[in-house]
Design a protein. Structure first.
Length: 266
């Protein structure tokens, strides 16, 4: 992967444990973030003397480029957009005019693809895709960019749901909802695939291998059958809703199963 298509590798984002699993390219990092239903966003306390503990919030977000020359996830860096209530702590902190350039945040995205059972619990492991992003978060004040971000995040959950809803949002809805734009400084991804890796001494122990099952339990996120709300008046489930289930479930299952077949690097 060419350097121009990757996030810069610095001390902060260098993967040191199992370096062969590290990825820094835009496409991989963005894909993991966009595939994660929930992102965990951490930020520093406002009063470290009385409140020394960092805060981590589960949030919904999506990668996107509002003004960038590239809209493709693999061709260039993108911003991370997160949405939440305007009165939430992180929104108030990031919107403080006294905070120049936003607040520093760290964002983690994780996808569990399998549980690996080995001959000994010490060698048990997981197949996974993870990404860690560092950047500065600012509240979006430009109306066009906020509209772009809200559509991006909404369709990131269920593609097509923005245009098939009552839009545009009302003024009160926009006032109560804020969007954070995270300009990334560094980012990295880490991917683990394959089957269990056992020690030679255990593999050569017939007593152990005869009684301990080893293998992988593939894990993937599944979208269930749509359940109409108590106030729903649309008899037929819309195609865009069904497509979410029909496309995501097979894709997630295929990835989880294919990940097992990748040769494990010792």
């Amino acid at each position: 992967m060419a350097e121009s298509y990757s996030y810069p590798v610095q001390a902060r984002n260098t993967v040191r444990r199992h370096r062969e699993r590290a990825k820094y390219d835009f496409e991989t990092v963005h894909a993991i973030v966009n595939a994660s239903s929930i992102l965990h966003v951490s930020f520093l306390p406002t009063d470290p003397e009385n409140d020394p503990y960092p805060t981590i919030l589960p949030m919904i977000g999506n990668m996107g480029s509002f003004q960038g020359s590239s809209s493709s996830s693999e061709e260039g860096p993108q911003d991370l957009y997160l949405h939440g209530h305007s009165a939430s702590r992180i929104m108030r902190l990031a919107g403080d005019r006294g905070v120049e350039g936003g607040i520093p945040v760290c964002v983690a995205a994780t996808l569990l693809d399998g549980i690996k059972l080995s001959l000994t619990p010490f060698n048990n492991s997981c197949n996974y895709r993870s990404a860690v992003l560092h950047g500065d978060a600012e509240v979006v004040t430009n109306e066009a960019e906020k509209d772009f971000a809200l559509r991006l995040i909404t369709d990131g959950l269920v593609p097509g749901s923005w245009d098939n809803s009552r839009v545009p949002p009302t003024r009160s809805e926009l006032l109560s909802t804020s969007v954070l734009r995270v300009r990334l400084a560094t980012a990295s991804a880490k991917i683990n695939q394959g089957g269990p890796a056992d020690d030679r001494k255990d593999l050569q122990n017939d007593e152990v291998t005869a009684k301990v099952w080893t293998g992988v339990l593939p894990v993937w996120e599944t979208v269930g059958n749509p359940i109409p709300s108590a106030t729903n008046k649309v008899a037929k489930v819309p195609e865009y809703v069904l497509r979410k289930q029909q496309s995501q479930n097979p894709e997630n299952e295929k990835y989880a199963r294919d990940a097992v077949g990748v040769t494990k690097e010792k």
